[in-house]
Design a protein around this ligand. Structure first.
Ligand SMILES: C[S@@+](CC[C@H](N)C(=O)[O-])C[C@H]1O[C@@H](n2cnc3c(N)ncnc32)[C@H](O)[C@@H]1O
Length: 381
């Protein structure tokens, strides 16, 4: 019989080789024969051991002499995660993890995990003396340093801790699964019946279908065909005939300038607000990706502005927390286009952030999100 730990180890090995956890796990679970409870446990093990990889490695590496091979490394992370964070009784965490590793590696995994267990004692991760905050929180240094510098230690630490928890699932009244922060961005766009609105980065269509539910005619465009196809499929499933999908680079939208009531740029970003949802993303995203994304975001907003009719509104949202991708982008757009005037930002639970608003993941348990909005004045002063 397959066990949750066996499935988790197989998935972790693939994830540590660079695969996406959310892509690797579902097919493994589907063919595992595990019941629902064990599937949940396997998911928790894979997501948790991936999020807490750096912290688990610290706990393990004190007792490891040479870098172990990939299977042993994955098994040690799996075991350490159970011992430190799930507080699984030591005998079960060790013996049941050892049971799923190849015979040749059992002695090594057993010896190391026993020492980790003894060292943790009854306190789990709470009793560990960590070398630094980034190891304790299990993020790359640059993410911790950047968020601490830009949000202050208290808010940054709380955000990073919140994103070490499992994400919650929220469903809209129409059944579409979408985080509340994203739903609130759609509400902030405020599309009204019969308005013509465009979403230039629309895939998979959460906000586009939300605006269509509000009665607007929505042009949902995405540069990636599979993403645009997802929008079409979602609109179809929800029975929304008022969503037209398009494959186009949002920097050069094939739409008539000055023709739209509202344009949403829900831009590609570094995703530092949604790390709880993508356990491997923190190890994948690189600091220099941010600069490339900023340039793209500014270009997308410039193109979006040109589509607005006079007094039309432009909304910019990103699920990240860096100042570069939020306040700095908004400042650049404001400076380049004096005809754009900031609109009133959403109220609590959003907090003011530059001329826009931010939701930190710890505030009300949503994704981290930032939103800015402007109206295009008919005449410049
Ligand atoms: C944050 S996601 C959008 C989420 C979507 N608005 C929703 O609510 O479901 C960003 C999207 O931007 C798309 N994208 C990336 N570069 C783009 C570009 N140059 N033009 C248009 N879309 C782009 C990506 O394919 C991705 O689907």
């Amino acid at each position: 019989v397959t066990t949750a730990r066996e499935v988790a180890l197989r998935a972790l090995l693939r994830v540590h080789e660079g695969a996406y956890a959310n892509l690797v796990l579902p097919p493994l679970l589907a063919t595992s024969g595990l019941d629902e409870r064990d599937r949940g446990f396997a998911t928790e093990l894979v997501y948790g051991a991936t999020r807490m990889r750096r912290a688990c490695d610290f706990l393990v590496d004190r007792f490891v002499l040479r870098e172990p091979d990939a299977t042993v490394r994955a098994a040690l992370r799996l075991g350490a995660y159970q011992l430190a964070y799930l507080r699984t009784p030591a005998h079960a965490a060790v013996s049941e993890t050892v049971a799923v590793v190849p015979r040749r590696a059992r002695g090594m995994v057993n010896a190391v995990l026993r020492r980790v267990a003894a060292d943790l004692g009854d306190a789990g991760s709470a009793g560990v003396v960590w070398p630094d905050e980034a190891t304790r929180l299990s993020y790359p240094d640059w993410i911790v340093n950047r968020l601490v510098a830009e949000h202050g230690r208290v808010d940054a630490t709380a955000a990073l801790e919140a994103m070490n928890q499992a994400a919650v699932v929220t469903e809209r009244p129409d059944g579409y699964v979408q985080d509340l922060a994203s739903q609130w961005v759609t509400a902030h766009v405020g599309a009204r019946p019969d308005e013509l609105v465009a979403d230039l980065c629309a895939g998979p269509g959460g906000k586009a279908t939300g605006m269509a539910e509000a009665g607007a005619h929505v042009i949902a465009s995405d540069v990636a065909r599979p993403r645009a196809d997802l929008v079409a499929a979602n609109a179809c499933r929800l029975g929304l005939a008022s969503v037209a999908t398009l494959v186009a680079d949002g920097r050069r939208p094939p739409l008539r300038p000055g023709s739209l009531d509202r344009v949403l740029v829900d831009a590609p970003c570094s995703g530092l607000g949604v790390l709880r949802r993508r356990p491997d993303a923190r190890w994948r995203i690189r600091e220099d990706d941010v600069d490339r994304l900023v340039a793209l975001q500014v270009e997308l907003l410039g193109a979006a502005r040109a589509l607005l009719r006079p007094d039309g509104s432009l909304v910019y949202s990103v699920c990240t927390l860096t100042s570069a991708e939020t306040t700095a982008v908004a400042d650049a757009i404001g400076a380049a286009h004096p005809d754009l005037q900031p609109l009133e930002r959403p109220g609590p639970p959003w907090r003011p952030w530059g001329s826009g608003a931010i939701l930190l993941p710890q505030d009300v348990g949503t994704d981290g999100m930032v939103v800015f909005s402007w109206t295009r004045r008919s005449r410049t002063m």
